[in-house]
Design a protein around this ligand. Structure first.
Ligand SMILES: NC(=O)C1=CN([C@@H]2O[C@H](COP(=O)(O)OP(=O)(O)OC[C@H]3O[C@@H](n4cnc5c(N)ncnc54)[C@H](OP(=O)(O)O)[C@@H]3O)[C@@H](O)[C@H]2O)C=CC1
Ligand SMILES: CC(=O)C(=O)O
Ligand SMILES: [Mg+2]
Length: 642
């Protein structure tokens, strides 16, 4: 007999572990399965297996950990038992996490289910005999079969739903599929298909993913967070659904975006799935169509604004910090710009937060531009930039370009900004409009006569680089692209808006209208284009290149704040990954197929910057940050359940 937190239990029962935990905390919501153990060491309950390696002897030795720090014991759960393999978490295996679901429950537990890949021995020791057909296959064959199945679907949304079903059935297989077929599956789980999924979320909704925090939860968000089964959350992607891609206000149905972004955190950045938490804050929607839709899943009211909104967000941000600590990374995603800039400014000084649309996008576009200089020549300061769209993405990118120019030339920001021009829905942003401009547009109001149409702005400003961040599809008309091609031997054209329907132009339009001279990249992917016998491949200028590596870098360094210099470091790391071979094909981004290696390099640069700025808390600094980042990455290969 030994004592634990004042409670006691005998060495043939684990029940006491659960009891004492319940006593040491007001409430334990860890998905822990605990059972009595019979004399042969097997649990009496067939839905539970005991992890044999973690003997009771080891438990006794480890027991004081619980006594000393009862809070840290609540970080376990079934995932830790089989050794989630990421060093991005505290590796301490807490002694009470000794049992996991088995039998029928194990087959229905997506974190541990292996389907037909359970070995004979595992089937025997985990009560699976008879629950599976006799054949045993390996994970590679499962991947092959599923890819064959997925390719049978012609409709992208069917592929999306098949992938979501897989994620809920067998998490490791989902990630193996995604990692090994990233170029083929990214458009399925991410843009463009995720956009359609969000639009139809109510109709296709099967099982909830992530946490929904609505106005109804005001005053009890802390309690709501406790309902989430994982206690070691390291990254949260949160949206309020007001600007989902370029599709506008999709309210609660925006949940597809945090879910999709976090699956990329794992697949592309190696953050373990159990550390990722998607959240949708539901303050209503102003989308009349959704409000009338009988299948809509959110609050059926118009959006809360002002104090009511601010109070909910405030409660949410403090509850998150209280629950997961100050080093949990919060990524703001797809908020409308009238909230996005203010939230970033407000919480950027007290929390580890960044806004992906403002900052992640800036970093990825700057990387593409730096790479493009290899093809078009000159340095950043020798170019002139024109944006269509002066919101989060547009002004975020513009500011980072201006900052980089300023660092390169020593010129003050006020000067470097003058090389950057913006057009919004009312035309060119000029000084005479200053009074009526939102604060984030003001730095871009330069001296010029008013210009209404984009094509005229192109002709007057004579940009070398044209960037679309308007969310308005097909706004780079033939006239606009031709004007760019008249002014420039190699016009640089980015059509960043997502999904594909909102892209400012297609790859085909960019290449044909510029007679094959455009250096083109887009937010959503386009298939290669053949023009006059030559094949043109365009890059995907999407923040998906940046946020997984940025997040990994912040986590492995234990960073407590995000700094602009980290975004510049991420950008530099990404640009450095574009090879000569890529340039020869006209590409300014490396292939997504190499993304895990790219993410490790981005993470290393970001972490190094965190250490340099004194913002890192994980000490000592690892000697080789790239190797360390790689060693921390989640692997989707199955574990052996002995
Ligand atoms: N590729 C990537 O990685 C990313 C792509 N994006 C995409 O960028 C787009 C914009 O996002 P975001 O910046 O957050 O959105 P915002 O709503 O913040 O900004 C949109 C801007 O576009 C302007 N605009 C809208 N329609 C037109 C039009 N027809 N002509 C000229 N200007 C127009 C708006 O003008 P006004 O201010 O006058 O209303 C506003 O300035 C979305 O489609 C999004 O998917 C966003 C982030 C990352
Ligand atoms: C890519 C992205 O973040 C967006 O389109 O909003
Ligand atoms: Mg976004």
């Amino acid at each position: 007999m030994f004592s634990l937190s004042g409670s006691s239990f005998t060495n043939n029962s684990l029940y006491g572990v659960s009891r004492c935990l319940t006593q040491s905390r007001k409430r334990v919501s860890v998905p822990m399965v605990v059972a009595s153990v019979s004399s042969n060491g097997r649990p009496a309950d067939r839905n539970v297996s005991v992890l044999m390696e973690n003997t009771l002897k080891e438990m006794r030795e480890n027991a004081p950990v619980i006594e000393k720090d009862s809070k840290s014991t609540v970080t376990g759960g079934v995932g830790d038992v089989y050794g989630e393999d990421s060093a991005t978490e505290d590796q301490t295996i807490t002694p009470w996490t000794v049992s996991v679901a088995s039998g029928y429950s194990l087959l229905r537990d997506p974190h541990h289910n292996k389907g037909l890949a359970f070995s004979e021995k595992e089937r025997d020791s985990h009560y699976l005999c008879g629950l599976l057909p006799p054949v045993v296959v390996d994970q590679e064959l499962q991947v092959k079969k599923l890819m064959n199945n997925l390719r049978q679907y012609d409709v992208p949304l069917q592929r999306y739903m098949a992938m979501m079903d897989l994620q809920e059935r067998n998490e490791r297989l989902f990630y193996k599929l995604l990692i090994e077929n990233v170029e083929e599956l990214l458009p399925v789980v991410y843009t463009p298909t995720v956009g359609e999924a969000c639009q139809k979320y109510g109709s296709i909704f099967r099982r909830p993913q992530g946490l929904f925090i609505s106005l109804k939860e005001k005053g009890k968000i802390l309690e709501v967070l406790k309902n989430w089964p994982e206690k070691k959350v390291q990254v949260i992607v949160v949206t309020d659904g007001e600007r989902i891609l370029g599709l506008g206000d999709l309210g609660c149905q925006g949940m597809g975006i945090p879910v999709g972004k976090l699956s990329l955190y794992t697949a592309l950045g190696g953050i373990r799935p159990s550390a990722c938490l998607p959240i949708t804050i539901d303050v209503g929607t102003n989308n009349e169509k959704l409000l009338k839709d009988e299948f809509y899943i959110g609050l059926r009211q118009r959006r809360a604004r002002g104090q009511e909104y601010a109070e909910l967000l405030d409660e949410f941000m403090s509850a998150v910090k209280k629950t997961y600590g100050e080093k949990v990374l919060i990524q703001f995603e797809d908020f409308a710009n009238h909230n996005a800039f203010d939230l970033l400014a407000k919480y950027g000084i007290s929390h580890l937060v960044f806004n992906d649309d403002i900052q992640g996008t800036a970093s990825v576009v700057l990387a593409g531009l730096v790479a493009a200089l290899n093809l078009v020549g000159g340095n950043l300061a020798q170019h002139t930039f024109l944006f269509l769209g002066a919101g989060e993405a547009g002004t975020g990118i513009a500011e980072l370009i201006a900052l980089e120019m300023s660092k390169q030339t020593g010129a003050p920001l006020g000067e470097t900004r003058k090389k950057i021009w913006m057009v919004d829905s009312k035309g060119l942003i000029v000084r005479s409009r200053m009074e009526s401009l939102q604060h984030f547009k003001r730095p871009w109001a330069h001296d010029h006569e008013p210009v209404k149409e984009l094509v005229n702005a192109v002709k007057l400003i004579k940009p070398t680089v044209l960037i679309g961040s308007s969310g308005a599809g097909r706004t780079f008309t033939k006239e606009v692209v031709q004007a760019m091609a008249t002014l420039n031997k190699k016009p640089v054209i980015f059509a960043l808006s997502n999904p594909t329907s909102q892209s400012e132009c297609t790859a085909e339009e960019a290449y044909t209208w510029s007679e094959g001279r455009a250096i083109f990249a887009s937010g959503s992917p386009f298939a290669p284009v053949e023009y006059k016998g030559k094949v043109f491949m365009s890059g995907q200028a999407n923040n998906a290149y940046i946020f997984p590596g940025l997040g990994l870098g912040l986590i492995i360094s234990g960073a407590i704040r995000v700094h602009d210099d980290m975004l510049l470091a991420a950008s530099e790391a990404l640009a450095a990954e574009v090879s000569q071979e890529n340039f020869e094909k006209g590409l300014i981004y490396p292939p997504f197929a190499n993304i895990r290696k790219i993410s490790a390099h981005i993470a290393a640069k970001v972490a190094a910057k965190a250490y340099e700025l004194g913002l890192a808390t994980r000490l000592p600094q690892p000697e080789n940050l790239v190797a360390y980042a790689e060693s921390c990455m989640y692997s989707p290969s199955y574990r052996s359940y002995r």
